[in-house]
Design a protein around this ligand. Structure first.
Ligand SMILES: NC(=O)c1ccc[n+]([C@@H]2O[C@H](COP(=O)([O-])OP(=O)(O)OC[C@H]3O[C@@H](n4cnc5c(N)ncnc54)[C@H](O)[C@@H]3O)[C@@H](O)[C@H]2O)c1
Length: 385
């Protein structure tokens, strides 16, 4: 039975600690802020209580799981752990300092992982001695509920670390996909056009946010339209991911952030958490609005083709396998189906011709069709079969 350390007990750290405790690991949670530790302890108790109420676990289990967690005010308490998962603030310099400390405390065999969303795993691995035991283990929020975990080896990571980390997280009944250490890994990269292209259409005045949301729900079967989803995620978080991915891809214009979203962040209109984002809280978003069928088709196909293109590009650059890319989008962000499967169903030739149309129309790099899709269209090949 491995001992697991979780560093940082905010949104993600607490969720990860809960998962590990419920899998009966001894869990050591450290946070530099004693109040955060205290709050996390109360939150965990509340979560377990509500699971008992819903008869998902028994009282005895709740007690056992709660007792599995050791709340540490001193980082030294993690020294006997077999796996350390870091989930502190997304700041390279601060993470670097914490990894230097962890490095001094744990054995050289201990696997050290980061839950970072946007930093390079390779750069973090370089902060520890024996970087071959360093790996990215990227959970999605809320960690106990979202099934997907991206495993991201650094270029220093050895195969033993990959297989051990994968085995541990698979035992936690998570769906594992493996991603190359590139910005946004799989999900946070491939999902960018869902937000970026929708905002572009809105900024150009082609359709309203209400229309775009309705179109993507009705035509695409997405659970939430892009604007309501960004409000739900929080514009601070969503904008930061977009900006990070854009910068990390050397300012590739495909990922360029928008002024519309930046202004929301500046105003503190962060979405659901502040009561106002693109929408004002309690504003009815559900009433059906008139959308011309031609507009509906155009908007849906434009956003969809940009998503299909991004997924194909991720495959072309070997960020992940075909199956992992499809699995990641279905399980990490609840897309109605995998994008590469969707490309086959939609028609790769049709996708290429739509991208070509926008490239001719705008003369912008973001619409330039990838080599892979074009070759597949020419050769009439699909991703599956
Ligand atoms: N929130 C998400 O949706 C999400 C999803 C996937 C991954 N992530 C990643 O997970 C990590 C944590 O994100 P979060 O949303 O849980 O953050 P959060 O702000 O909710 O929690 C961060 C915690 O880290 C603690 N902390 C800060 N500096 C510390 C230090 N030096 N030592 C120990 N503890 C320290 C804080 O007190 C806080 O409790 C980030 O790297 C983020 O990119 C976040």
């Amino acid at each position: 039975m491995q001992k697991i350390a979780v560093i940082g007990c905010g949104t993600m750290g607490l969720g990860i600690a809960q998962i590990a405790a419920m899998q009966q690991h001894q869990v050591y949670v450290y946070d530099s802020n004693p109040i955060a530790l205290q709050n996390a302890k109360i939150k965990l108790q509340k979560t377990l209580d509500s699971l008992v109420e819903k008869t998902k676990i028994t009282n005895e289990q709740s007690l056992l799981y709660f007792q599995q967690v050791n709340w540490c005010e001193q980082i030294e308490n993690i020294s006997n752990c077999d796996l350390v998962i870091e989930a502190i603030i997304e700041d390279f310099e601060i993470k670097k300092q914490i990894f230097a400390k962890i490095n001094q405390l744990v054995s050289p065999q201990c696997i050290i992982a980061s839950n970072t969303s946007s930093l390079s795993i390779t750069s973090l691995a370089a902060c520890v001695s024996h970087p071959q035991r360093f790996i990215g283990i990227h959970f999605f929020n809320p960690a106990p509920i979202m099934p997907l975990v991206e495993i991201i080896p650094a270029i220093q990571t050895d195969t033993n670390t990959i297989s051990t980390a994968t085995a541990i997280v698979s035992n936690w009944k998570k769906t594992i996909v493996q991603a190359k250490d590139t910005p946004g890994f799989i999900v946070n990269r491939v999902a960018r056009p869902y937000y970026g292209e929708a905002i572009r259409i809105y900024e150009e005045g082609i359709a309203t946010k209400e229309q775009i949301d309705q179109i993507m729900r009705n035509e695409g079967g997405f659970r939430m339209g892009p604007f309501e989803l960004m409000d739900f995620i929080g514009h601070d978080v969503n904008y930061a991911v977009t900006e990070t991915v854009w910068k990390a891809f050397y300012f590739n214009s495909k990922y360029i952030p928008s002024f519309s979203q930046k202004r929301l962040v500046e105003a503190g209109y962060l979405g659901k958490k502040t009561g106002r984002g693109f929408y004002i809280e309690n504003e009815s978003k559900d009433k059906l609005i008139e959308v011309d069928s031609e507009l509906s088709r155009t908007v849906f196909e434009r956003i969809l083709c940009m998503l299909l293109h991004e997924a194909a590009d991720a495959l072309y650059y070997k960020i992940a396998s075909r199956d992992d890319i499809d699995m990641a989008m279905a399980k990490g962000v609840n897309y109605p189906k995998g994008l590469l499967q969707w490309a086959d169903d939609f028609g790769i030739e049709k996708c290429v011709s739509i991208l070509d149309y926008y490239f001719d129309y705008y003369h912008e790099e973001r619409y330039r069709c990838s080599v892979l899709l074009r070759n597949m269209a020419n050769d009439r090949i699909n991703f599956y079969n």
